[in-house]
Write a protein that binds this ligand. Structure first.
Ligand code: BGC
Length: 764
């Protein structure tokens, strides 16, 4: 019986295919393809009962792993029962060909219509072969490498049965206290938009129906990165111009780049929990931006509309969220429980259900799941493609590109390869787990190359390793909470004794990989535990210290910045961490990373970011106390956005702008000479910023509007060109309208956001 009905669906789809094929031969346009898809979707919708339609709007967690609080309703019996009734549209946290096939078989072979499941997972920075965490990759400013990294993640994940990733996270954030900054591209909407596009392209490829591409998700829509005080799951209250200028650009770019799904978020926006925000989901995303994919809720976020106090019960939450345009309920059990009745009672129009289900089916068609629901379930691919050597090579390359050299006094780096006595100190130097970072999916614990292992591959020096102090005492198995050591100092003396006689001391200090990520907000941004004490104790006996930081967020390390001659930011670099760091330390790779987020001097400065607005009292005009400042700290950051050194030096000169005056519709051509004047070949991220001097609303003092990653041989000079048009010179006002205003502008070009090289022009 079941088989017979499936065949009916199949023949119905074949019919559409035949008719549509004759159309495509006449006009092979994108529009036509889209019409064909609409036909397919509509024909299938016409066969579905209301219960089956609501079922498609239901996303269940699998039976193996969890990434959120477990709801009471989610017992296995109910889930299997719903699966068999065709009341489940997709599953998350199911991985591996066997597991996926098992779930898919139920959907395809045991339900009335045999509609395949979409299988989602948080493939954030790789599947088994882990790349650096996304914030680290963003520090490369290397869009090609970032796209490739996402491509590899898609190849491995799809070989394990997954066809949908909950990435990229495109939340802009200015608050390093928020643990999820590790998962995004930092503080800048321009850089964030470019990186969003690269990641989506990497995941989705040119053709989503291929078995090695997966649907991507732009998340978390929207403004999650502006959570008050950097505290996870907190409230967000921001102006319309901030929303449009700072938060939305990467999401808009994602929609323009045909991202297949959006995920909403746990925060409210100006009083509206966003899973219930019609303004964001219907008016902006599906309206203004004409987004054709579907919106998935975050984990039980529709349910949480009740906890926010915006709905009194599940029924009201389901009504609010569905009307607002949330198409799929992730592990919330709200839609499945309430939507059928809401339609029957006439409270929710069935057209809302049809629209949501249509969007979901559309993505399933685009993935090719109706052609072959098991296309991602190939055992041979799973065995061959995951963890292959070329993926490790690419992860190593990406890891090296992600390293940022903050400081290098007296050219302490690169290290000499021979004849040196090197002390390597720090718990994290010998840690094979922490560098994998948060969101590690299928990679096994303790599989990163440690820094000790990486440095041991260089045989010319004497290398002595001492832990110093334990960073942590243990990690809880389920929640992966890190218990920091604050009492055991027993290893400090040993570390001091080793450091005393060393030519150079390499200290690897920072955060454990599980100290950032979801639900990992911090109020202190120092070195956790006893590491600062260790650093200062070693410094007393040997000042030749190279500090290698491992961190999932910007840290506030004023003492280190003042005293330690060389500092490398290495984030969590993934599987190839140790090899990457060793190659950078020994100069086999010349670092070129630039900070995608400002490093504050202390927590009290937060939020601190480069594109701040001027104020009425921005400078100390009169030499008295009445200006915008702190009495106990400078206004400037420890290290600005865009900062990052190289083992060579770059000189900027000859900044030219074709004319001093342009029409609003014109194109402004800018060029600059960049010379490698140091002793090594190297790469530089040449950055272009603008300042709109007078506006109808207050404008930021600087805004990134262009960048180029340039390779320069020792002694080489290149001329770099930039163009500015309306798109870069305009901005959104407080009505959410994009406007461009005449007036005077400044442009700045250089290797960091604090560059002083400047030119002017006027828009007429
Ligand atoms: C996170 C999402 C993630 C989802 C599924 C939520 O807690 O906020 O980013 O995709 O869980 O794992």
């Amino acid at each position: 019986m079941i088989f017979r009905i499936n065949k009916i669906v199949l023949s119905c789809l074949c019919l559409i295919l035949v008719t549509s094929f004759s159309c495509t031969t006449k006009d092979n346009s994108k529009l036509n393809k889209s019409n064909i898809l609409d036909h397919k979707v509509d024909s299938l919708l016409a066969l579905m009962t209301l219960e089956e339609k609501v079922g498609q709007m239901n996303l269940y967690n699998g039976f193996w792993e969890v990434t959120g609080p477990m709801p009471q309703e989610g017992d296995s019996k109910t889930k299997y029962d719903h699966l068999r009734k065709g009341w489940v549209g997709g599953m998350l946290n199911v991985k591996g060909v066997d597991n996926v096939r098992k779930m898919q078989q139920i959907a395809v072979e045991e339900t009335r219509l045999g509609i395949p499941l979409i299988i989602g997972y948080d493939v954030i920075h790789g599947y088994k072969t882990l790349s650096p965490i996304p914030l680290a990759e963003s520090a490369s400013w290397d869009l090609e490498a970032i796209e490739k990294s996402a491509r590899i993640a898609a190849v491995e994940a799809s070989a394990a049965g997954i066809n949908w990733t909950f990435a990229p996270m495109v939340d802009i954030s200015r608050d390093p206290r928020w643990g999820r900054v590790m998962e995004g591209a930092g503080e800048d909407p321009y850089l964030g938009s470019k990186i969003a596009a690269a990641r989506i392209k990497g995941f989705q490829g040119e053709d989503l129906s291929r078995p090695n591409t997966i649907a991507a998700t732009a998340k978390h829509f929207a403004a999650y990165g502006f959570t008050e005080a950097g505290r996870e799951y907190n409230t967000v209250d921001i102006s319309t111009s901030k929303l449009y200028n700072m938060v939305l650009p990467p999401f808009k770019t994602a929609a323009e780049n045909d991202v297949k799904t959006f995920m909403n978020s746990f925060n409210d926006l100006n009083g509206e929990p966003v899973s219930g925000s019609k303004y964001l989901q219907r008016d902006i995303l599906k309206g203004e931006w004409n987004f054709k994919g579907f919106v998935v809720s975050d984990w039980a976020s529709i349910n949480e509309i009740i906890y926010w106090g915006r709905a009194k019960n599940k029924k009201e939450a389901a009504e609010i969220a569905s009307k607002a345009g949330s198409d799929m309920d992730m592990e919330g059990y709200v839609y499945i429980k309430e939507l059928v009745n809401l339609v029957k009672e006439g409270i929710v129009d069935e057209r809302i259900i049809n629209e949501a289900v249509g969007r979901i089916l559309r993505v399933k068609f685009e993935l090719g799941l109706f052609d072959d629901p098991y296309k991602y379930c190939n055992k041979e691919n799973e065995r061959k493609l995951i963890g292959q050597a070329s993926h490790h090579e690419a992860a190593l390359d990406m890891a090296k590109k992600s390293v940022v050299l903050l400081k290098n006094d007296n050219n302490l780096l690169p290290l000499k390869k021979e004849g040196q006595n090197i002390a390597l100190i720090g718990h994290l130097a010998n840690d094979k787990n922490s560098p994998l970072g948060s969101w590690r999916i299928a990679s096994d614990d303790n599989t990163a190359i440690s820094i000790l292992e990486g440095m041991n591959a260089y045989k010319g020096n004497k290398l002595t390793y001492k832990k110093g102090v334990n960073l942590y005492e243990g990690i809880t198995a389920f929640a992966q909470e890190v218990k920091i050591n604050t009492t055991d100092r027993t290893g400090i003396t040993e570390a001091i004794n080793t450091a005393k006689d060393a030519d150079v001391v390499v200290m690897v200090l920072g955060e454990h990989g599980f100290q950032s990520g979801e639900a990992r907000s911090r109020t202190q941004l120092d070195l956790p535990g006893l590491q600062q004490e260790l650093l200062e104790a070693v410094y007393k006996v040997n000042k030749n210290i190279v500090l290698v930081l491992q961190n999932g967020r910007p840290l506030a390390l004023e003492w280190a910045a003042e005293h330690i001659p060389a500092i490398l930011v290495s984030w969590q670099l993934g599987t190839q961490t140790g090899n990457a760091i060793a190659q950078v330390l020994y100069g086999d790779y010349n670092p070129s990373g630039k900070l995608p987020m400002t490093f504050p001097r202390n927590v009290g400065q937060i939020p601190i970011y480069y594109n701040y607005k001027n104020t009425g009292r921005a400078t100390n005009r009169e030499g008295n106390v009445f200006w915008s400042h702190y009495i106990d700290q400078e206004n400037t950051p420890l290290f600005p956005f865009g900062h990052g050194l190289s083992y060579t030096n770059f000189d900027y000169s000859d900044l030219t702008i074709e004319s001093q005056s342009y029409s609003i519709n014109g194109t402004i051509n800018i060029s600059v000479s960049v010379s490698n004047v140091g002793d090594y070949d190297g790469k530089e991220v040449v950055q272009l910023y603008i300042r709109d001097l007078v506006g109808s609303i207050v404008r930021p003092v600087k805004e990134l509007k262009g960048f180029e990653l340039v390779s320069l041989k020792k002694g080489e000079t290149k001329r770099i060109d930039f163009k500015l048009t309306k798109a870069e010179l305009g901005f959104y006002n407080n009505n959410g309208e994009f406007i461009i205003e005449s007036g005077d502008f400044e442009i700045f070009v250089g290797g960091s956001s604090d560059t002083k090289l400047k030119e002017n022009f006027t828009l007429k």
